[in-house]
Design a protein around this ligand. Sequence first.
Ligand SMILES: Cc1cc2nc3c(=O)[nH]c(=O)nc-3n(C[C@H](O)[C@H](O)[C@H](O)COP(=O)(O)OP(=O)(O)OC[C@H]3O[C@@H](n4cnc5c(N)ncnc54)[C@H](O)[C@@H]3O)c2cc1C
Length: 259
Amino acid sequence: MNELKRLTEQMTDSYDIAIIGGGPAGSVAGVFLARADFDVLIFDHGRSALRKCAFLENYLGFPAGISPTAFRDLLYEHTESVGCDRLETTVEQISERVDSGGFRVHSRSESGDKTHDVRYILATSWAETEYLSPLGVDTVPEEHPGDVEVVSTNDDGQTNVDGVYAAGRITETYHQAIVNAGDGARVARSIVERERPNFYNDWVVPTGYYDRYGRAVPEGVEEISHEERRDRERRAARKMVEFLVASQSRSECSSSRSL
Ligand SMILES: Cc1cc2nc3c(=O)[nH]c(=O)nc-3n(C[C@H](O)[C@H](O)[C@H](O)COP(=O)(O)OP(=O)(O)OC[C@H]3O[C@@H](n4cnc5c(N)ncnc54)[C@H](O)[C@@H]3O)c2cc1C
């Protein structure tokens, strides 16, 4: 191994999966994968389609709607809470690691160039696909409205290159945040299924639930007591109230600055 290659290897962090894009599709995929113990690195350069939306009113769970900025911050907070790492950089290129398998992700930001080695790639990077070209990933012009390339996948979100998946708006699908998030969850589940076939449910259930059916608690299921459940409910309510109050005050500050 030459000196340059050796130094690059030393400076390259490794993850199980790189998710390119931290919008609804990439973020939910990060949550599902991290909860199944994948080391997840999310790359996001911050130009989500959501930023162009004035107010999000058709995402289930927000009956009065939610500001796209608050929604994005919630996604970030959720991925962070389950242990995903996030880099605010642009993925420029992905190459195959011929010697050891997997992929090397090359990204660029104001603080410099970085490389990361991963076993899987999940592209959720609307509307960029060029960085996948060196891998030979198939793209097609989207049918509607038809002016950009989308990534071709099978029903599991797998592209024509083994280990490279795609989900969300970057594939041929409808253009709504919740549709794209659902797609990210579905593709993440298929990657989990491939690596950990017994990790079937990502559920939290009351203590004794499986006992009643004479079954052992399956992998991927957490049983919690009544007290723990009440604690979690209280923590969750407090967190949401604090979050929404802080988000509203940030939004009012930025509106008054822009007057
Ligand atoms: C004007 C407008 C209004 C809309 N209004 C609504 C609405 O009211 N309701 C609704 O449900 N949907 C709405 N949408 C659609 C919605 O925003 C998208 O369907 C949704 O955001 C797609 O989610 P995604 O995760 O697939 O992609 P995105 O949200 O676009 O996320 C992709 C992410 O990838 C990152 N990225 C891309 N390339 C790279 C790269 N090379 N390196 C690193 N990061 C990269 C970007 O930073 C981005 O955050 C609207 C869209 C637009 C344009």
